[in-house]
Each structure stands twice: as structure tokens, then as C-alpha cells.
Design a binder for this molecule. Structure first.
Ligand code: PMP
Length: 350
């Protein structure tokens, strides 16, 4: 070993889902939206002034913050933006989770949380889900140095009613509670309406799912101005010019067309409800998803075998080689045609 190797930080990295290349793929593995962003986004892209590429971006992301402020009817100082919600959450870990007490997040949840906790040296505990994969709110009444959970949860898709989210927030007013709402637009009720009631609540959302802009990397948090100020202080100390200017501008455009947004979200919800029926007929069981994916297990076939057979046929779903969920597949809701290709293959295979 070289002497300098001893000083290299050892981490267990987060493993993102595959981004396979090719044009005839059915890609249902990373919860992207199968529909394009709003027509306003493509028009703005065509008209974009390339001089933007030469200059540094606006560090305050003002154009995007203004658009979000108008959309959500909150003040600008209640909004923080980052390069995808991953960036927002990483900043939040750095900013708020600095206690010797453990940060709490569900044992089956977004697999980036333990990676950040390890990276930032934060102790953590993972309260168990119940036998139906539900988050047990009372598990979050123990002493802690902060709380984060997705709602709906990932990869289960299960949604926690707002009253239970509120119970967790109100029981923990000495800690920051982060509700990661990456999938909230697919049928759930957002905790955004509680951010003025609870100073300790930070709600994080993303443009990657319901707004079809995963590639632009746009995420945001809404909460009390004191939380937002603290996040900005850390951000400016760490990566001051975070979001590129095209993302800021196109993100601002994306929130303008409410009818298109509503329409695509409704299409995905409709396809998801159809998928529940079809997958059930094929012998799958699953928790009741409120997200743009279904977390399904087959009554006889092994998830890993199904996953591999699908892959051989250019249909990509997500498989997690983890205790308790290693017989489940997470299937993103695609277009009706993509879902038909999936059912067709499964019918033959099973
Ligand atoms: N939170 C959850 C629960 C997710 O599933 C994802 C998507 N992988 C993210 C946050 C991050 O999304 P993004 O960085 O694209 O906004």
C-alpha cells in the first residue's frame, strides 16, 4: 500500500439504477416519467441564448425561486433549490444532522440516506417497518438528532396520511424533520401546508418524477426561513454555483403549464391503477402504491429470475439484493405501450 493510500476516505457508495443504452428498451427501472416535459420547456430550450454557457450561473437561482414562490404561494426566503433533490438532501444532512443522537430513517427506504449518514459521520438508527411495510409513527418518538423519510416511501410506494406525518413532526419539535416528497404528486397530500405551522419541518420535492426533468437535476426544499438560510449558508460554503442556468430557466418554465402537468400525472396514475389489476392477474402481490412505481413480489417465481429474464429481453426493472426485499421488483409506471410489453413478456414467462 502506498503511504498516501492510508489517508483515502473509505466509503460504501450509493449504487444508482442502470442507465442502459439503446433505442428499443423498455426502461422501467429508475422511476423516470415516460412523457416529455411541457411544450413550454422545449420552446424555451430552442430559444435559449447560448451566451448563458459562457457565464457563471446565478448562485441564488432567482428565476427558479421566483417561479416556485408563485406556484406554491410561499415567500422566496422559504425556498431552497439544489441540483436534484439528492443535492438538497445531502445539504440538509450537512446542515441539520449534527448531533451525537442518531438520525432516524426507515430500515427499508431510500438507500442514499445511510450513505450520506456515513459520509458525513452522522450516527443513525433505522426503525423497522411493520409486517405490511408501513412506517410505524411511534418508532419516531424516540430520542433523535433528526428524522428523514420519504412520503410515499421508496421503494414500497406506501403513502402515509398527512395526519400521521404531522404527528411525527409535532412530536419532534426539537429536531429537524425532513419529508422527502419525490413521489407526492402521484396521489398523496403534501406536507407543504404544514411548513408555516412547524418551524422544524422541511419538505423536499423534485422535478425528476412528476415534471419529467430528471436529466436537468432540479430539486427544492420548502420550510421556515431560518432553515432555508442555514441551508444556503452551507451551500455557499460548499458548492456556491450549484445549478446551471439552463436548468434554472427550464425549471421555471416547467411550472407554468399546470394543465399539461395535471394531464401527465393523471395519465400515470391511471396506468398505475391498471397495472395493479394486470399484475395481480399475473400472480403478483404488492403494497398499495401511491407513487409512479409498484413494488411487487410474485407468488411462485423468484424476483431475481424474473428480473434477469426481463433484462435479457431489454425490459429493465429494479431489483434490490437486500434482506427482506430480495423477492420484490420495483416496476416504474411507463407508457401504456411499455406496460403492455411488460405484461406480454410476463404472461409468456410465468
Ligand atoms: N428521494 C427519493 C425517495 C428518491 O427515490 C429519489 C430518486 N432516486 C430522490 C430523492 C432523488 O431524486 P432527484 O435527485 O432526481 O431529485
Amino acid at each position: 500500500m502506498k503511504p498516501w493510500e492510508a489517508n483515502i476516505r473509505k466509503v460504501v457508495p450509493y449504487v444508482p439504477g442502470d442507465q442502459p443504452k439503446g433505442s428499443h428498451l423498455v426502461k422501467l427501472n429508475t422511476n423516470e416519467n415516460p412523457y416529455p416535459p411541457t411544450p413550454g420547456v422545449s420552446a424555451a430550450l430552442k430559444e435559449m441564448d447560448y451566451d448563458l454557457f459562457r457565464k457563471y450561473p446565478d448562485p441564488a437561482s432567482s428565476v427558479l425561486v421566483d417561479a416556485l414562490s408563485e406556484y406554491y404561494k410561499v415567500d422566496r426566503d422559504e425556498i431552497f433549490v439544489g441540483v436534484g433533490s439528492d443535492d438538497v438532501i445531502a445539504m440538509a444532512f450537512m446542515t441539520f444532522f449534527n448531533s451525537d443522537k442518531p438520525v432516524l430513517f426507515p430500515d427499508i427506504s431510500y438507500s442514499f440516506y445511510p450513505v450520506w449518514a456515513e459520509l458525513f459521520g452522522v450516527p443513525y438508527e433505522k426503525p423497522a417497518l411493520d409486517e405490511n411495510f408501513k412506517i410505524v409513527k411511534e418508532e419516531y418518538y424516540r430520542e433523535n438528532g433528526g428524522i428523514i423519510f420519504p412520503n410515499p416511501n421508496a421503494p414500497t410506494g406506501l403513502y402515509m396520511p398527512l395526519s400521521e406525518v404531522e404527528d411525527i413532526v409535532s412530536h419532534n419539535q426539537d429536531s429537524v424533520v425532513i419529508v422527502d416528497e419525490a413521489y407526492i404528486d402521484f396521489g398523496g397530500t403534501s406536507a407543504l401546508k404544514l411548513t408555516r405551522k412547524y418551524e422544524n419541518l422541511l419538505v423536499v420535492q423534485t422535478f425528476s418524477k412528476s415534471r419529467s426533468m430528471a436529466g436537468m437535476r432540479i430539486g427544492y426544499a420548502i420550510g421556515n426561513p431560518a432553515l432555508i438560510r442555514a441551508l444556503n449558508d452551507v451551500k455557499y460554503s460548499y458548492n456556491s454555483y450549484t445549478m446551471n442556468m439552463p436548468s434554472q430557466i427550464l425549471g421555471a418554465k416547467a411550472v407554468e403549464d399546470r394543465a399539461y402537468f395535471q394531464d401527465t400525472v393523471e395519465k400515470i396514475i391511471h396506468t398505475r391503477e391498471q397495472a395493479k389489476l394486470r399484475l395481480h392477474e399475473l400472480g403478483f402481490t404488492f403494497p398499495e402504491s401511491m407513487a409512479n412505481f409498484i413494488f411487487a413480489s410474485h407468488e411462485t417465481a423468484r424476483a431475481k429470475d424474473i428480473y434477469e429474464a426481463l433484462r435479457q429481453n431489454s425490459i429493465f426493472v429494479r431489483y434490490f439484493n437486500q434482506p427482506r426485499i430480495d423477492n420484490y421488483l420495483r416496476i416504474t409506471i411507463g407508457t401504456d405501450e411499455e406496460m403492455e410489453a411488460l405484461y406480454c413478456f410476463l404472461k409468456e414467462y410465468l
